[in-house]
Design a protein around this ligand. Sequence first.
Ligand code: SF4
Length: 339
Amino acid sequence: MKAIILLSGGLDSTLAAELMSREGLELLAVNFKTPFCLCDRHSSNLGCGSNARRVAETIGIDLKIINATQDFLPVLEKPEHGYGANMNPCIDCRILFFRKSKELMQEWGASFIITGEVLGQRPMSQFRRQMDLIEKESGLEGLVVRPLSAKLLSPTIPEKNGWISRERMLDIAGRSRKPQMALAKDLGINDYPCAAGGCLLTDPEFANRIRDLIKHHELDMQNIDLLKFGRYFRLSAGAKLIVGRNENENKMLFMLAKDGDYLFAPTSINGPNAVGKGSFSPDLLHLACRIVARYSDRMDGEHADISCRRLPESEVEMIRESFLDDDELARLRTLGDRG
Ligand code: SF4
């Protein structure tokens, strides 16, 4: 019997994979990648899917990593079932991943799918009613096995048909992770770097920035990547500025800039790089320079020289700017500025 397991590489899906591999099933793991996964960012530089890859290798199952970004962005922009506490469209996200898993299931000749979901753990997508809705809308009714909570849920087709043993399924529910940690210990799983998984869309500050992008119809990969760095300023409906907070962010911002973007950097003093995107009037260019000056080393002077150029080829323009005062800055710091 073949089955597809959704493997994020977090603790719950690792436990589910380990438990189900003991059922004598032939498993294929699938890991869905979006620009908002946190797991792999925290744990390694090996790229998205690295935790899932490690778990799959340890258990000895094949893994397919699917980049779902192109399908995910329209879902994020307009989720049919709305958002959770922040900008996390969990129900639509699960429906998307389940539909894609169903396609893989059919392609691979598998009979059902397995997830590490735990009843009641995540408010938006892991309550019974939402789980039923997600299954129904993805065309997988009765075909989703959740081994960690299966005993608390209606028997699935694989259980009814005896493809797997309901007796060996578990009855974990709720937000505490203690039962999973105890189970991990029992199963000899000691290494789970990203216990709770993670999605940037559940971060309130990041969610503010995403909300701003959606509001201004700017949801694309470059803008999403830029949102992950620096301080974020919406200067006008058509212009925004991202200011680095450290050397690494300064480098990343300039690497991510594209033709048409503006690059700002102080020349007379030490300070941050910044990228401007959109349409900048002379007034906005000056405002951007003053913001960059505000985050530069003030030294004793009253002015800073800021270089400004537009990619790809515009001349470097030097703008001598006074420092933005704190009141002005406070007025601008409306969007997810963690600085
Ligand atoms: S937390 Fe993020 S990745 Fe997880 S279901 Fe919600 S939107 Fe999808």
